[in-house]
Design a protein around this ligand. Structure first.
Ligand SMILES: *Cc1c(COP(=O)(O)O)cnc(C)c1O
Length: 350
């Protein structure tokens, strides 16, 4: 089934072979690196050498953490890189399409647009969940990938796992489930358990949110080995750099710090929800399985600008379908949250 969905030029592609694909130790005079060293001395990293194209040490470490074999793992320069690579593997420009369920994360459509791939858009239902009938009725065989985001950005809710399972059973496309916020929702809500059953499922994860590593640009996907092999086939040869790998290793020697962040963020989220509930003029606080809260408020754009003038920036999502007057608030530290609430109160009372 996967083979049928791969673009012909990608199937036939003869990939670039990098020097470090062939040899990675010995006296390395094969890649025109600087044999004398590097101008930058960085705590034990050999910055004069190209990094491991196969990402082996990272894949092995992550494999232990997830309990998934390493050949089902691929790292990208942020999960945004993987979104682009998946579109390039499966969608013929000017011919194929992806399906997205709005309102959702904006990069799926942008990545498709860049690749001249059409986005077939349908709406999430009134609870921002999947209407499986609508998806199935609007599906056609030019749709090579369906992007689902669970928990969904910007609405904050998990998507129904049974609906995802139904789509995996009934639809002959790749189904990507973007789990950028899964750390905040609980591992039991992940679709990771469906991977063994469905070779067309791809899970996306990132180090940019719970792990606090947005700056190193590191994301990964978990998928059938066949899909992983195509990702390796078409990626830039050395996509994950040595400083990023170093930060990854430090992160994995300190997993409890990430868990501590998640606990603090969830408790601050509850504080914010309690305080928001006390304000007059907030029409709705949407349920959140993430590190942000979506609210509906009168004159959202005006309110957003007013509090921005006072130095606190939240995201106006009013322009997205079914999100009239909606603002998305990332949970801050306790002091930041107190300041935000007081500015919101002031803005609402004017
Ligand atoms: C933040 C976010 C990402 C971005 O991930 P990077 O790894 O930083 O590229 C991906 N998907 C969703 C839904 C996000 O909100």
């Amino acid at each position: 089934m996967i083979q049928e969905l791969i673009r012909k030029n990608i199937k036939d592609l003869k990939p670039y072979t990098s020097a470090r694909d062939i040899y990675n130790h010995g006296i390395l005079l094969d890649a025109n690196e600087n044999s004398f060293g590097s101008v930058v001395d960085s705590s034990g990293e050999l910055l004069n050498r190209y990094p491991d194209p196969l990402q082996l040490s990272m894949r092995k470490r992550l494999s232990e953490y997830l309990g998934v074999t390493f050949n089902k793992l691929f790292f990208g320069v942020g999960s945004d890189e993987i979104i682009d690579l998946l579109i390039r593997i499966f969608c013929v420009p000017g011919h194929d399409s992806i399906m997205i369920l709005e309102p959702t994360y904006g990069m799926y459509k942008v990545a498709a647009d860049i690749n001249d791939v059409k986005s077939n858009t349908i709406l999430l239902n009134k609870d921002f969940n999947i209407d499986t009938e609508t998806v199935i009725n609007n599906w056609n065989n030019s749709i090579k990938i369906i992007f689902l985001c669970s928990p969904n950005n910007p609405t904050g809710n998990l998507l129904n796992k049974e609906s995802i399972r139904t789509l995996l059973q009934k639809i002959n496309s790749i189904i990507v489930v973007d789990e950028a916020y899964i750390d905040f929702a609980g591992e039991e809500n992940s679709c990771i358990g469906l991977l063994n059953e469905f070779p067309n499922l791809v899970l996306l994860r990132t180090f940019s949110k719970a792990w606090g590593l947005a700056a190193i640009r590191l994301g990964y996907c978990i998928a059938d080995e066949e899909i992983i092999n195509y990702l390796f086939k078409i990626k830039a040869p050395y996509n994950i750099n040595s400083l990023t790998r170093k930060a990854f290793q430090v992160a994995f020697s300190n997993i409890s710090k990430k868990d501590g962040f998640v606990t603090s963020i969830l408790s601050e989220k509850q504080f914010l929800i309690n305080e928001l509930n006390k304000l007059n003029g907030i029409e709705k606080i949407f349920p959140s399985d993430t590190n942000y809260i979506l609210i509906r408020i009168k004159n959202a754009s005006v309110i957003q600008k007013k509090i921005a003038d006072e130095g606190i920036i939240i995201r106006d999502r009013s322009n997205q379908p079914n999100l009239e007057n909606c603002l998305r608030i990332t949970v801050g530290t306790h002091d930041q949250n107190i300041k935000l609430i007081s500015l919101l109160q002031k803005a609402l009372n004017k």
